[in-house]
Design a protein around this ligand. Structure first.
Ligand SMILES: NC(=O)c1ccc[n+]([C@@H]2O[C@H](COP(=O)([O-])OP(=O)(O)OC[C@H]3O[C@@H](n4cnc5c(N)ncnc54)[C@H](O)[C@@H]3O)[C@@H](O)[C@H]2O)c1
Length: 135
């Protein structure tokens, strides 16, 4: 079955482990070119050995400067971008509101909310341009 994925250029955030890695592998299996980022350097080193076709950058999605570098890397490597998989997120703290450490709360919002914004704002125009060129 042709899913229209062959040669798509895909960026998966938090792609060195968990669900993100499986998404990255599924895209590669369908013929896409995939770049991932992750905050975990050890997981990225393991990925380079296990999945050498998947290119990578170390990046914490909550850090706007790191995200800017990530997009620079990904665009240079993939020569454009068709798909962003905004996968990075953490479960965050659970418990009674007065027992949650404010630093943990802030970290969760920085990754789960601001991290999504940081990546999406850079991806939309690039992906829209790529779509126009493909159609
Ligand atoms: N696993 C579940 O049951 C479940 C359920 C609902 C939603 N989700 C969401 O799906 C996504 C993936 O879940 P998962 O279970 O694979 O997560 P996971 O905890 O296994 O983490 C996957 C990867 O995220 C990376 N990561 C963490 N913080 C990061 C950051 N700031 N920047 C870049 N990379 C970072 C980790 O290093 C890891 O390699 C998350 O957004 C999660 O909230 C998961």
């Amino acid at each position: 079955m042709n899913l229209g994925i062959r040669n798509l250029r895909v960026l998966v955030t938090a792609g060195a482990g968990g669900i993100g890695l499986e998404i990255a592998r599924a895209f590669v299996a369908e013929g896409a070119r995939v770049h991932v980022c992750d905050v975990d350097a050890k997981a990225l080193r393991a990925l380079a050995k296990s999945d050498p076709k998947i290119t990578q950058s170390k990046c914490d999605v909550s850090d706007r400067k790191q995200v800017a570098r990530l997009f620079k890397d990904a665009l240079a490597t993939l020569k454009g971008l068709d798909v962003l998989v905004n996968n990075a997120g953490i479960a965050g703290p659970t418990g009674k509101v007065d027992a949650i450490a404010p630093e943990e709360w802030d970290r969760c919002l920085a990754i789960d909310i601001t991290g999504q914004f940081n990546c999406t704002r850079l991806a939309v125009r690039i992906c829209a341009r790529a779509r126009t060129l493909r159609s």
